[in-house]
Design a binder for this molecule. Structure first.
Ligand SMILES: Nc1nc2c(c(=O)[nH]1)N[C@H]1C(S)=C(S)[C@@H](COP(=O)(O)O)O[C@H]1N2
Ligand SMILES: [Mo]
Length: 313
């Protein structure tokens, strides 16, 4: 017998049942938190906020709820530790992120290695609750801690000719077992235009949910650019290089017709194999509409004015 659903809900709006059943257990406390109008202090007490109001989190929508920490730390994309969503948590559990060195290279005043502390230490710590939209059409809402990328850029002292910033993940198959398989061209690389890197929304995250960044989320340093698809958010960064030419990026190299350099969230431009008009919010039942620039249009759209966003996807 058919199970009847309200007529106004089409089946494509409904999260596949197995996924829903899997997630149900975690929806409880944190999932019930509404972040639109106010931030419930109890569940976020471990966090420090910029100004203590939800207004500090532009881009959040009235219905957005914080994703349960358990979901954000157990449903991951991190192919260096396996291609299954549940694999990074397990396969990265013995990874030692410290000590950590980041090589700053290219068009900078002085190219040199920076220790983790030299790179991000003593910069103002940011607490930001951001929407996170994976190109695979699922999404989360995550409280990050980190530093503004623009502060790190300034610390690196780029030369006037620098127009792009390229980021590279650690390549060490002994520490990252997924790199033994050629599922991607290693090491993972990502890049931004310099003006994108200097946008106040862009972070280098060092923590989430008030704790140090878990290994499976990219410890000790992960890029967070909330108006772009999740694959731009490169994990375990060991190199930052300033260039005058648009760098190659891993997903674009692997499949240029499916993954562009810009990767701005855009419900109007479908992935060749699926629609990007809606998203499955992890932990929620009904799919929700995807927003231009993931809800951050008023902060970022001007950087792309005059560009054809179908061509520069
Ligand atoms: N080095 C590296 N970074 C990566 C990935 C990866 O496989 N390797 N996956 C990307 C993708 S597709 C997404 S959606 C996000 C997931 O980040 P999260 O696990 O913190 O949510 O990381 C991105 N950064
Ligand atoms: Mo993703």
């Amino acid at each position: 017998m058919l199970i009847r659903r309200p007529d106004d809900i089409s089946s494509s709006d409904i999260t596949p049942e197995a996924v829903y059943q899997n997630r149900r257990a975690f929806i409880g406390t944190a999932g019930a938190l509404a972040l639109g109008g106010l931030v419930a202090p109890s569940a976020l007490q471990a966090m420090r906020f910029d100004s203590g109001t939800a207004g500090a989190f532009p881009g959040l929508q009235a219905d957005d709820k914080l994703t349960p920490e358990e979901d954000a730390t157990s449903y991951n994309n991190y192919y260096e530790f396996g291609t299954g969503k549940d694999e990074p948590k397990d396969q990265a559990k013995n990874f030692k992120p410290m000590p950590w060195t980041v090589n700053v290279e290219g068009l900078v005043k002085k190219a040199r290695p920076y220790s983790f502390d030299e790179l991000v230490g003593k910069l103002p710590v940011q607490d930001r609750v951001y929407r996170h939209r994976c190109v695979e059409a699922w999404s989360m809402v995550i409280p990050w801690q980190g530093v503004q990328l623009k502060d790190v850029v300034a610390r690196c002292e780029p030369l006037p000719g620098a127009k792009f910033v390229e980021f590279t993940t650690l390549y060490d198959p002994r520490r990252m077992p997924g790199q033994a398989r050629a599922v991607l061209p290693w090491p993972y690389k990502e890049a931004l235009r310099l003006d994108e890197a200097n946008n106040p929304l862009a972070l280098l995250a060092t923590g989430m949910y008030g704790k140090a960044l878990p290994n499976q989320n990219g410890a000790p340093l992960k890029l967070v650019v909330p108006w772009k698809y999740g694959f731009k958010g490169i994990k375990a960064i060991v190199k930052i290089k300033f260039t005058d030419k648009m760098p190659n990026t891993t997903w674009n190299d692997a499949n240029p017709s499916e993954y562009g350099f810009y990767a701005n969230v855009n419900p109007m431009v479908d992935h060749p194999r699926w629609s990007q008009a809606k998203e499955r919010r992890i932990g929620q039942f009904l799919k929700i509409p995807t927003l231009p620039f993931n809800g951050y249009a008023s902060q970022v759209a001007s950087m792309y004015s005059g560009m054809d966003l179908r061509k520069y996807y």
